[in-house]
Write a protein that binds this ligand. Sequence first.
Ligand code: DGJ
Length: 720
Amino acid sequence: MRIFLSLSLLAVVFCHCMAQPLSDGMIRVSTDATDLVIAVGPHGRLYQAYLGPKLLHDEELQHFAKNRGWEVYSTSGNEDYFEPALGITHADGNMTTYLYYVDSSQEKVKGGTHTRVTMRDDKYPLTVVLNYVAYPKENVIRTWTEISHKEKKPLTMAQYASAMLYFSRQAYWLTEFSSDWAKEARMSSQQLQFGKKVIDTKLGSRAAMHTHPFFEIGLGAPVSEHSGEVLMGTLGWTGNFRFTFEVDNLGNLRVIPGINPYASVYELKAGETFTTPEFIFTISSNGAGEGSRNLHDWARLYSLKEGSGDRMTLLNNWENTAFDFDQQKLSELMKEARSLGVDMFLLDDGWFGNKYPRSNDRAGLGDWTATRDKLPGGIPALVSAAEEAGVKFGIWIEPEMVNPKSELFEQHPDWVIMQPNRETYYYRNQLVLDLSNPKVQDYVFGVVDRILTENPGVAYFKWDCNSPIINIYSPYAGEKQSQLYVNHVRGLYNVLSRVREKYPDVPMMLCSGGGARCDYEALKYFTEFWCSDNTDPVERLYIQWGFSQFFPAKAMAAHVTGWNKRTSIKFRTDVAAMCRLGFDIGLDKLSDDELEYCRQAVATWNRLKPAVMDGDQYRLVSPYESNHAAVEYVDKSGSTAVVYAYDIFPRYQEKLLPVRLLGLDPESRYLVREISLMPGTKSRLAADNKVFSGDYLMKVGLDILTGNHTSSRIIELTRQ
Ligand code: DGJ
């Protein structure tokens, strides 16, 4: 209450006439399930009056107080003593900003409604525009902010968040997703107490290596899968990000997502508009499961590249051959890909460099011409060999990086982010190209452009990024270093949008030494991302569980490999089949039965795409809460459902409960069949080949878990 009082008192002091409030003084951003209500105070300041479940009666908006609340985009130097969204030093050195309502508008955009709210400082020609696009059916809101001014000199911004959201509940639980190489998307939860919890990254390019740009907040209770109110938010930014969660003196929570302003004070010139990245969020009243389905639907319809399109199965060679291959070996692998039944052969790292051949990770990055010794016919011969084998051909690149042992580095040392006067550090023996430099952007675009111009048959790219930014110094920026982190990411987007514009139909996998790039801005340019180099299927169950909170299966790439050979090929394949399926394993090392299983798995995956790629996902049994996992997918027509069930390391004589399904029609009847059995084996499932009602399956469930270690089952349900 103290805060509210001080707000209204100060409002009298600072009351200003710039504001022209709306007739009812309220701006409403609505989905079918959520309302965000912004009130324009009598003095013109803007407050978040409400954020929560959708209100049914419009006229009741009048009950919200208009002269108090939380400032919708709080600024530094005002009467709010907690973390601001915007921290500006004006051209004259003044560090305070007060924003007053100017106007607002709403227009229909694809899938939703775009609300723009313009605010202005009363003493400085500074304009801030809040943007919200609300997607009614998917219950997702996308929000970002534009900042511009007409002051005489540039002003400096030390904080420039994408948005600010407030919650008033009894308690808050944060679920975060920490990470490292081969340890992606590890979920952990904690209760938020008074003060701040910050999740951020300072890695620059491989930016999400230690934590991913998304989080969940259980509002009132810890996040749970099927019930309870949960905020799920993610930032579309492929660079340093920061989420600040601050519980104030009254027990209210503010959530501030945005670019991490660490070492990134931004000098904003007059007339320039600073557009923040988008913060995308959903609030579910029925747990994280519903929130994920909201985000999956939204992503497929409105965000992900080729969200409604198809995905290709593939055979990759990284785990199989690493750098050790030649034309002959690759041609053999292409034939293997064909015999497996996948759509494409994907050539990984190690195909380029002549003066400094890429025979290990110490040389060659930057020199994107095929190594003559290894590949005398270059890419054209590989494309032809793939054509002959009857598969498509995809290729790995890491165009933002350079090895010091490369012709590129010899020719353009000034294109590299590197200290002029300090010792150079290397990460994986490489350095990061300075994408803030337009010439470097041209070069990076040229890598893709040249490959595709010379080889229109190249059907796919795996775009890797293995190093964080180290030695942070841009030769291009000279004395203005503080914008490098931001301008580097903008440079990347500039390259990616040129690629998308010229080659809109070429699918690309986003990879960053595993899953260190996984955000919705990058995914406007990529059809899928590589979740992790950790392809041990047990670990993958957790990793995929984590990423599935925010991304549809279609956006997540998973390959069957030789990691954890103690597990069966069936177990490994069944885990990978819950994402965009691929293989990265020497098929010659598989037994006939194993190979046959993989072939069948590809055919089955293709058949089940409408459910797994484009359907509704229900996470039924959590590996975090049990010694098992089960995930169900129901196609949008409701006619097919598929359940993937896994026993990880059950205890001796552990009590096994039937798994209750979700998302079925209680009145319909479903034929239950265990599919994808190893050749020569039969289902032991009591329910196999029997018909049950959706009601029974959802209330009683199916006995599909076992006491075996690392075993799996795939159950298909067909509506009768
Ligand atoms: C890291 C990726 O995550 C791997 O899949 C592989 O492409 C290597 N880089 C190649 O260097």
